[in-house]
Design a protein. Structure first.
Length: 303
């Protein structure tokens, strides 16, 4: 076997297992995420369209999977889905969760500066949200992954009208102690304004998935969702005492071994056939050369 052929064959045998191992690793790859719950996107049931937004479940399809789509003739596309949260839907350590969204946008240029938000809200208006300006989106389907730890907290402020109404009712209830009541009311209002919900309190009260995109009224665009799910990172299993060594072999190991064996065997057969063919040709050439030399030696010399 020539040196160059030997080097090529050795390199092939080294690269082949690496390629097969990469393929098997990709095939058996695990995302490391566990789905907690999913917002249905196969129909409009449970979805509420805001403003002039119209929802449909037959406009856009993601392969064989139906999606819910939204269009609007105004300057905003918005909608929400209400779900039941009994306080434990998001589980513990909610800031480590991940929101996965399969989002379709027919024309990204119709959105005004990518203004808008994707959010989870409580009934009192508090919640968390991600600004659309911070999300990398384009025309067509977008696979979006949003970490809950990067979400911004939404705490709406009380309106002046509500504060005035509360103050007037307290003054009417006790005219004799108007000054004391006003002072207590002012102190209580300040305390209430300072108080903010903790992250755990917000997550236990979230009941709405909401989205809002600002668009140009003169341009038509369609927004669709094929997947909206909340996921959590899988917990690392506690180390268990090593199991006794047995002769049992797992299915994955058997498949990988068979693939590797088949690849190496095929490579050896192909290379052997090529080498044998070249060797036969070389020996025929040498035989013809020797025969010609013998004929030259036997023929008489000419003068």
């Amino acid at each position: 076997m020539k040196r160059n052929d030997l080097l090529k064959f050795s390199s092939f045998l080294i690269v082949l297992p690496l390629v097969l191992s990469f393929f098997c690793a990709a095939f058996f790859a695990d995302t490391g995420l566990e789905k907690l719950f999913e917002i249905p996107t196969a129909s409009t049931g449970g979805w509420i369209s805001g403003g002039q937004t119209v929802a449909s479940s037959e406009t856009i399809r993601n392969g064989d999977r139906a999606s819910i789509s939204f269009t609007s003739s105004s300057d905003r596309i918005e909608g929400e889905y209400r779900f039941v949260n009994e306080g434990t839907l998001f589980g513990k350590d909610s800031t480590s969760h991940v929101l996965l969204i399969r989002l379709f946008i027919s024309d990204i240029s119709a959105l005004q500066g990518e203004k808008g938000s994707i959010s989870f809200l409580c009934d009192d208006g508090t919640g968390i949200f991600w600004s659309v300006a911070d999300i990398d989106i384009k025309s067509g389907w977008n696979d979006i992954s949003l970490n809950f730890r990067t979400a911004q907290t939404l705490i709406p402020e009380k309106t002046i009208a509500e504060e005035s109404e509360n103050t007037e009712s307290e003054e009417d209830s006790d005219a004799e102690n108007a000054e004391d009541t006003a002072a207590e009311t002012e102190t209580g209002s300040e305390d209430e304004a300072v108080h903010e919900k903790t992250a755990d309190e917000i997550f236990t009260q979230l009941t709405r998935f909401s989205f809002s995109f600002e668009k140009s009224p003169s341009k038509d665009t369609t927004i669709a969702f094929a997947e909206v799910s909340v996921n959590t990172h899988e917990k690392q299993k506690e180390q268990e005492p090593p199991e006794p060594i047995t002769d049992k072999i797992g299915t994955a190991e058997i498949i990988i071994s068979l693939v590797l064996a088949a690849g190496v065997t095929t490579a050896v057969i192909v290379f052997s056939a090529i080498y044998a063919k070249k060797e036969i040709r070389r020996r025929k050439r040498e035989a013809k050369k020797r025969k010609a030399e013998m004929q030259n030696e036997e023929s008489p010399s000419s003068y």
